[in-house]
Design a protein around this ligand. Structure first.
Ligand SMILES: [Fe+2]
Length: 295
């Protein structure tokens, strides 16, 4: 029943070059002009970023650093209980700051010596083929804004807490980072939109919302679960099914609604064999067969 961190607010560039993030009326920051101005400024950093240049520094307020400190502290407690050993080891390797929001450039510099991954700023939703494709080269597109301070434990969109606490920690693991790269290779290799969507759904149900048997119990490795304070305690009670490529690639999900079906790997080796193996050599034909078999 995951409702956090799913929906990207649209970003528009006006004729005069100004960048505007269109927050929904229900967004916790909708009526806060100061927050909205900051969101627009942060989105403009990504829109105007030149590939290869350092990621520009985002201006965060003290209140926002406090949001990071609070969520980071609370999630760390929950991770000890609910995250896989591989993820917890990666947290120790990356050593993100706990008391303030790290700049994406800093995250990139912490990550690169570990697994070669670097961050790229994203203003909002990145087209599927770009988002996944560059994973093959060790790049990860990331939003830079943080949730509104009035709701520190909830966000309707993927914010820097999701992108960094969820994904960068996972990307600090050699084994998870290899899976991200394989997903990127698969997205580059497939040609049809149908096959690309299949690859992205397998990513969704594994690297975003994956769970596995670890230390004798059900633990999470997906970034969407591990960055979601409100819902991390709920995954063990959800509809948890065995890892199944055809089912993951064809299960309908609505990113704006509750996430209630999860897929469980028996172990990290199992995940690598089934999902890593699939991404390593899938193509349009093999995916069409999986889709046909699922009908
Ligand atoms: Fe994500």
């Amino acid at each position: 029943m995951f409702e956090e961190a799913q929906y990207f607010a649209p970003v528009a560039t006006r004729d005069d070059g100004t960048v505007e993030v269109e927050l929904a009326k229900s967004h916790p920051g909708f009526s806060d002009p100061v927050y909205r101005a900051r969101r627009n400024a942060i989105a403009a950093l990504a829109v105007n970023h030149v590939p290869g240049a350092p990621i520009p520094t985002a201006a965060y307020t003290e209140q926002e650093h406090e949001v990071w400190a609070l969520v980071s502290r609370e999630l760390a407690v929950k991770h000890r209980k609910y995250a896989t050993a591989e993820y917890l080891d990666a947290v120790e390797r990356l050593r993100l700051p706990a008391d303030r929001i790290p700049q994406l450039q800093e995250v990139s510099e912490l990550l690169e010596p570990l697994t070669g991954f670097r961050y790229l700023p994203a203003a909002g939703l990145v087209p599927l083929r770009d988002f996944y494709g560059v994973l093959a080269d060790g790049f990860f597109h990331s939003t830079q804004y943080i949730r509104h301070h009035s709701t520190p434990l909830y966000t309707p969109e993927p914010d820097v807490i999701h992108e960094v606490i969820g994904h960068a920690n996972a990307l600090a693991s050699d084994r998870y980072a290899r899976l991200y790269r394989l997903a990127g290779g698969a997205a580059r290799r497939v040609e049809s939109e149908e096959a690309l969507e299949f690859v992205s759904k397998v990513f969704w149900f594994t690297l975003e919302f994956g769970v596995m048997t670890d230390q004798g119990e059900l633990r999470a490795y997906g970034a969407g679960i591990l960055s979601s304070y409100g819902e991390i305690e709920e995954f063990r009670g959800m509809d948890v099914r065995p890892l199944d490529l055809a089912a993951m690639g064809t299960t309908k999900y609505d990113i704006t609604k509750y996430q209630d079906v999860l897929f469980r790997a028996d172990s990290l080796e199992h995940l690598e064999d089934v999902v890593g193996g699939f991404w390593a050599d899938c193509d349009d034909d093999s995916i069409a067969k999986l889709i046909a078999g699922a009908r």
